[in-house]
Design a protein around this ligand. Structure first.
Ligand SMILES: [Cu+2]
Length: 483
């Protein structure tokens, strides 16, 4: 491993930008033309040169960010761990090719990576290995996990209520679509769910719902509901768009079991700006049109921000790098509207990824051949922010806990939420969820908060805890463990 150092510290940057923001209202009177301000549109920091294209990016419980890519052989595969606070990175090599595998933060805080690719990606990678690896964020070391029963290239991993992990789909070791769903349990290892066979798309858009069912929302048009306890599959609804390949699917904040599909491509050539959503809590769920984005996109990513809005970056309007979409967009679930925000510095297309950081910024990297990293500062980074002074880092299901605020009046707080750290690749943010918690005021600067009672709403494991004020401004997150 060797260290990498980036140029600019967040503190120095904030000082510069805050000065810019403060200087502006007076200028606005003589210059009414709309202009981009960080406090309105956010700000993209960077780009920084990076040792690899970040095909896979995962937030770790330490607050550091792990990313990795591909190489011409397994020993060529770089990984990096970035300390996004101090802007230092460690770089190493993977023992196995985990490129195009699946990943989630396991319940114990290690990153579980399953599958990958067995052959040189430049010559077509058509077989999936059975191997799995764990990355330990505290020792910065990889170790081999149990082999799956089936090889998987382009699988999705999804954490269940009890912290076990499902592996869905992927191309197996024979080069065929793997139809069996298997489950990882750290005592029992990997086991097939007998009777779970279903031919699925690669990297299925899977979401755990409040009643324990799993919605697989494409990218194909027929949305399936999977009951892992039986197991059994049921067709639940058909999308209005035929196909949403390379599009995104988000379990929406501010609702239970509401999922939105964002963009994608039906033919692999032309992207769509259309979106649609489904409410699985309704009696007869069906896909309904949602407001379109300002730009058609595929190969984009959609990440839940710290204030419960949905940030979309990257992608292209059609299959040409010249058609890259640099402007980004934020969806506001409460008002059901999109807003276009600051443009990326670099195109973020196929094999790009990103994660929400604990301080509320978004780290973005990759795209094939794009050896760079840039960091989005959402508009809330430039507003006065509420702050958490003290909270237990170990939360228990169905119990309340006190949360002390640092100077922020308790009456300013409108929402308290747990945000699951994500691992992203191929437009899929595995395990992404934003869980709102009921709370009351127990002092001038103190809240009493109810931890989730239903583990399907918040599976066992690590979360970022945030408080959000009436302006939609979130605090810096505290990492907590829910069990
Ligand atoms: Cu790939």
């Amino acid at each position: 491993m060797y260290p990498v150092r980036l140029g600019l510290s967040p503190a120095a940057l904030c000082l510069g930008l805050c000065a810019l923001a403060l200087a502006t209202p007076a200028q606005a009177q003589v210059k009414p033309k709309p202009r981009s301000l960080p406090i309105v549109d956010g700000f993209w920091e960077g780009p920084y040169d990076w040792p690899h294209a970040s095909v896979h990016t995962a937030l770790l419980p330490t607050g550091n960010v792990l990313s990795y890519a591909y190489g011409t052989s397994a020993i060529d595969v770089f990984w990096t761990e970035l300390d996004a606070t101090h802007y230092t990175a460690s770089v190493g090599y993977l023992a196995k090719s985990l490129f195009c595998g699946g990943h989630v933060l396991f319940a114990d805080g290690r990153l579980l990576v399953a599958g990958g690719t067995t052959s040189d990606p430049t010559f077509g990678h058509v077989k999936g290995p059975t191997h799995t690896e764990f990355y330990d964020p505290w020792t910065h070391a990889w170790s081999a996990g149990d082999d799956m029963n089936h090889g998987r290239y382009y699988p999705t991993l999804l954490t269940q209520a009890d912290g076990t992990v499902l592996a869905l789909s992927g191309i197996n070791e024979l080069g065929e679509y793997e139809q069996v769903v298997e489950r990882y349990d750290d005592v029992l290892g990997w086991n097939d769910l007998q009777g779970s066979e279903l031919l699925q798309d690669l990297y299925p858009r899977a979401h755990l719902l409040s009643f324990g069912g799993v919605l697989v929302a494409g990218p194909g048009p027929v949305s399936m509901l999977f009951d892992p306890s039986l197991p059994a599959w049921y067709p639940i609804a058909t999308t209005q768009s035929a196909y949403r390949a390379e599009g995104c699917s988000v379990l929406l904040p501010g609702a239970t079991d509401r999922v939105m599909l964002i963009g994608g491509t039906d033919d692999g050539v032309i992207g769509t700006d259309t979106c649609e959503s489904i409410d699985l809590a309704s009696g007869s769920p069906s896909w309904q049109p949602a407001p379109p984005m300002a730009y058609p996109r595929f190969h984009h990513n959609a990440l839940i921000l710290a204030n419960g809005t949905v940030f979309v970056f990257g992608g292209a309007e059609f299959d040409d790098p010249a058609a890259s979409v640099l402007p980004c967009e934020i969806y506001f679930p409460e008002s059901d509207r999109w807003r276009t925000v600051a443009p990326l510095h670099r195109a973020r297309l196929y094999h790009s990824s990103g994660v929400l950081l604990p301080d509320g910024r978004v780290q973005v990297g990759g795209g094939d051949g794009e050896h760079s990293l840039e960091i989005y500062w959402p508009p809330y980074m430039f507003r006065p922010r509420p702050a958490i002074q003290n909270v237990s880092s170990d939360l228990q299901y169905a119990s309340s806990f006190t949360l002390d605020l640092d100077g922020t009046p308790a009456t300013d707080i409108e929402r308290v939420a747990l945000i699951r750290p994500v691992a992203t690749t191929h437009s899929v943010a595995m395990d992404q969820r934003f869980v709102e918690l009921p709370f009351g005021i127990s002092g001038d600067h103190q809240l009493v908060v109810d931890a989730p009672a239903n583990p399907n709403l918040a599976p066992l494991g690590v979360y970022m805890l945030v408080v959000i004020d009436g302006h939609g401004t979130p605090s810096v997150a505290r990492m907590v463990y829910l069990d």
